[in-house]
Design a protein around this ligand. Sequence first.
Ligand SMILES: Cc1cc2nc3c(=O)[nH]c(=O)nc-3n(C[C@H](O)[C@H](O)[C@H](O)COP(=O)(O)OP(=O)(O)OC[C@H]3O[C@@H](n4cnc5c(N)ncnc54)[C@H](O)[C@@H]3O)c2cc1C
Length: 310
Amino acid sequence: MNVIKNLILGSGPAGLTAAIYSSRSNLEPVLLSGKEPGGQLTITSLVENFPGFENGILGPKLMNSMRQQAINVGTKIIDDIATSVDFSKKPFVVSTERNGDLYANTIIISTGASAKWLGLDGEKRLMGKGVSGCATCDGAFFKEKTVAVVGGGDSAMEDSLFVSKFASKVYLIHRRDEFRASRVMQDRVRNNQKIEILFNSEVKDIKGEDKVVSIDILNNKTGENKNIAIDGIFIAIGHLPNTSIFKGQLDIDDNGYIKVHDFTKTNIPGVFAAGDVSDPKYKQAISSAGMGCIASIDSLHFLEDNNFIQ
Ligand SMILES: Cc1cc2nc3c(=O)[nH]c(=O)nc-3n(C[C@H](O)[C@H](O)[C@H](O)COP(=O)(O)OP(=O)(O)OC[C@H]3O[C@@H](n4cnc5c(N)ncnc54)[C@H](O)[C@@H]3O)c2cc1C
C-alpha cells in the first residue's frame, strides 16, 4: 500500500501554502484541488491586501502563482475531490471521486467555506465589479461612494460599520423586521449617521453592465418596489464551511466549522485543519495562508514524533 506522508485537501491559500511548506520539509505532499481549484480568490478581481504585491494582484493570478510555486517545490497536485474519509483507521483513508482510496499518515484539511449568495443573475455577472462577499477585503474600494450591505446578523453589522469608514452612505438591507445581531452591534449601527436601515426589504435584482449601478428592492410588507442607485453591494448573509464529509469523524461546531486547538490541531492527532474551514472569524487569504504554514509544521512534528520519518 502506498502511504502518503502528508495529504492536503483543498487548493486555496491555506492548502497551497501548506503544500509549499510540506514540500520544502521533504514530506512529498499530495494535494487534492477540489472542484474549485484555487479556492475563493478565483472569483474575485483585484486583491490589494495580500502582502508582496505593491499594486495589488488579480485573485486568479495570485492563486495560479501559488499553485505553480507548490508544483515547482515538489507538490503532487491531483485535480480530484475527496468524497469521504475514515479517520478511525491508521493510515487515514480518503476516498476520491476518480482516484480511488488514498492512504495518509497526516492530513491537512483546507476545504474552505463557501460564502452564501442571494442567487441573483446580476450577482454572478458583477462579482468583483461592485458585488463582494468580503467588506474587510473590498471596503476601501468605495471611498465616498454609496453602497448596500445585505444581512441581519453580526457579520452584516460589522460589514456596515466597516464600509461606513469609507463610503459616504450605506444602506443596510434586511428581509425581516428585526436583526438577529447582538444588541451592542445593532446599537452601533443605529448610532451611525451614514447607515440607513431598510427592514422588510429584499434585493430582487442587481443592475449594471460593467459595474454595479443600482438595485431593485421589494418591500415584502407593503409590496412596494423601488430602485436605489448604488456603487457596490456587500452580501453578508453567512458562510457554509465545506465540512459535510467530516461529520461524525471530527469535532465540528454548531455552524459547521472544524474545532481546533493549538491553532490547527483537530481532536484526531495527525489530522489538522487550516483556513476558513476552521475560522469563523477572520476569513482572509493571508490568515488562511498563515494557518496552512502552521498546519504543515505541525504535520512535520507529528510525523517525527511518531517515527514515520527520521
Ligand atoms: C468574492 C471574494 C473576495 C475576496 N477577497 C479577498 C481579498 O481581497 N483579500 C483576502 O484576504 N481575502 C479575500 N476573500 C476571502 C478569501 O478568499 C478566503 O479567506 C480564502 O480564500 C480562504 O482560503 P482557504 O484556503 O481556507 O479556502 P478556499 O479559498 O475556500 O479554498 C478551499 C479549497 O478547498 C477545495 N475543496 C473543497 N471541498 C473539497 C473536497 N471535498 N475535496 C478536495 N478539495 C476540496 C476547493 O476546491 C478549494 O480549492 C474573498 C472572498 C470572496 C468570496
